[in-house]
Structures are given as C-alpha cells and as structure tokens.
Design a protein around this ligand. Structure first.
Ligand SMILES: Nc1ncnc2c1ncn2[C@@H]1O[C@H](COP(=O)(O)OP(=O)(O)OP(=O)(O)O)[C@@H](O)[C@H]1O
Ligand SMILES: [Mg+2]
Length: 272
C-alpha cells in the first residue's frame, strides 16, 4: 500500500477543552490512486491531511508510507493549501524553487525544473511576478507547481479549488486530472464539493461528523472526463449526499441533546 492509516485517533488537548477530531480511522490509498475525502464541516479532514503530511502526529494509531511509519514530513509527500501559502517576498519562480532549495539542489537544476512546471500549469511568462500581482487561480497554479517541484509520490490537496471562482476552478480541476493521468502520482484531495470529488476520484472516503470515523468508501468507476449530467454520476451524487445529510442530522441531534440541560435551565428561569 502506498499510504495506509490504521486506527488513527487524534485528540486535541487544549485545557480545559478536549476535542477528539478523528476516531479510529483506517483506510489505505493505492499507488497512483486519486482519493477524495468528504465529510461535514469541522469533522477533522484538514487534521487528517496534516498528519499524512507529517505536520501533526496522531494521538494513537499509525500512518505508513510505503510500509514505513510516518512520523515527520517526508520528502516524497507534498501539500497544496486552500489559502495558497505562497511566500510574498519571493517571485513565482522562486516560490516554485523553494522545496528544491531546501533539498540543496543547484540553481540551474532548480530553475529548469521550476520553469518546466510553470509551463505545465500555464504560467510561462509570469515567472518574475510576485504573489500579490496574481489572481487566485494563478496563485493556486503556483501552489500546484511548487508541490510538484520536489517530484513527490503523494500530493495532498486541502480544499485546493474552493478559494477560486468556479470557472477557473473547473479549468484547474481538468489540469490536475491530466497531471494525475500523466504522472501516475497518488493524489488525496479534501473537498466540500461533491461534484468535484465525483469528477476526480477513483474512490471517495466519506467521513462522519466529529469525531470523524470512516462512514463509507465509494468507488467511482466512470470513464474520464466525467460529465455531471451522466446518470451514474447523478446516482453517486445522490447516494453520498444522503450519507452526508444523515451525518448532519445526527450531529444536530447530538448538539441539541447536549444542549438540553441548558434549555431546561433557561425554561426554569423564564417560568419563575
Ligand atoms: N491545533 C488545534 N488545536 C485544537 N483544536 C484543533 C486544532 N486543529 C483543529 N482543531 C479542532 O479539530 C476539529 C477538526 O478540525 P479540522 O480543521 O481538521 O476540520 P475540517 O474537517 O478540516 O473542517 P472544515 O471542513 O471546516 O475545513 C475542530 O473541532 C477543530 O476546532
Ligand atoms: Mg479543513
């Protein structure tokens, strides 16, 4: 297995609060697979991705990459952030070169690699601009080029298309799908956008509301490129939507129940 999680639980101890973000999560991702992760807001999706990126550690359970225990950031796993996270004092090409610089690669090699990736994401001619001169779509293209620069085996994307207008996001999704096909890299994408997940994924991991557990894993066995008007596409959409809606209702119910003593107190005060 390329990436494998076994009984991963994450508890944030933030006294006096203790938040269990993830509970007993187990799943795997095969090499070259495109896995999308969906789940209710706040259920722990970013936490999950951050742990695979080695930016955070599970409270219990294991994450393995190529069978080896993952305990810190790995040079073959890179991340694309929702908020782009570009370095504002660096130009486009310098941002893309960053990871290679950290790895100590010589300037000529860094530049050649960065320029070819910028061409691949359609940013040739913009290499000397600064992040503040770019549109959201261009910034995310830089984010994607930067993630690919270190030649990762696994690309993690956290809501990578949600801060971009829908038209540009559509074009970027198609490009990412092409990159996936051409490079054979493994992709994990967290998204709120169900059609986006169905368009891109080989499989979709559906998480429950917090603490997130694996609710279902749905295979998407449709030819690419996929049309959202296709009847099978619509069926998958309906099925996952129903799963998520049930989760939302569960969590609302839990919320209401937990609030019950407060409601009682309030009623008592009003009755006095
Ligand atoms: N560093 C932290 N310290 C304490 N609690 C945290 C920390 N990071 C996340 N949490 C909590 O863990 C839970 C899951 O957060 P996370 O950001 O992983 O959710 P998410 O599914 O990505 O949410 P969204 O859909 O809104 O992006 C939340 O209740 C959040 O408040
Ligand atoms: Mg998140």
């Amino acid at each position: 297995m390329h990436v494998e999680l076994s009984n991963v639980t994450k508890v944030y101890e933030d006294p006096p609060e203790t938040v269990t973000a993830l509970k007993d999560i187990s799943f795997h991702v095969k090499e070259g697979e495109f896995l999308c992760i969906v789940g209710p807001s706040g259920c722990g999706k970013s936490t999950l991705l951050r742990m695979i990126a080695g930016l955070d550690r599970p409270s219990s359970g294991q994450i393995r990459f190529r069978g080896d225990l993952l305990t810190s950031p790995h040079s073959k796993i890179s991340m694309v952030f929702q908020s782009f996270a570009l370095l504002p004092w660096r130009t486009v090409v310098q941002n893309v070169e960053f990871g290679l610089e950290v790895q100590g690669k010589p300037k000529s090699e860094r530049e050649a690699k960065a320029m070819s990736l910028l061409e691949m994401v359609g940013l040739q001619g913009s290499e000397n601009l600064y992040p503040k001169q770019l549109s959201g779509g261009m910034k995310q293209r830089v984010g994607i080029a930067r993630a690919l620069a270190i030649d990762p085996e696994v690309v993690l994307m956290d809501e990578a298309f949600s801060a971009i207008d829908e038209f540009t996001a559509g074009a970027l999704r198609a490009e990412v799908s092409d990159i996936h096909k051409e490079t054979g890299k493994t992709f994990l994408l967290v998204t709120h956008n169900l059609p986006e997940a169905i368009e891109l994924a080989d499989r979709i991991l559906v998480l429950s509301s917090r603490p997130a557990r694996v609710k279902s894993i749905v295979g998407v066995d449709l030819e690419r490129p996929r049309a959202s008007t296709d009847s099978e596409f619509i069926t998958i959409h309906k099925d996952i939507f129903a799963l998520l809606q049930a989760e939302l209702e569960n969590s609302l119910m839990r919320h209401r129940l937990s609030e019950l003593p407060e409601f009682r107190k309030l009623r008592d005060i009003e009755d006095r």
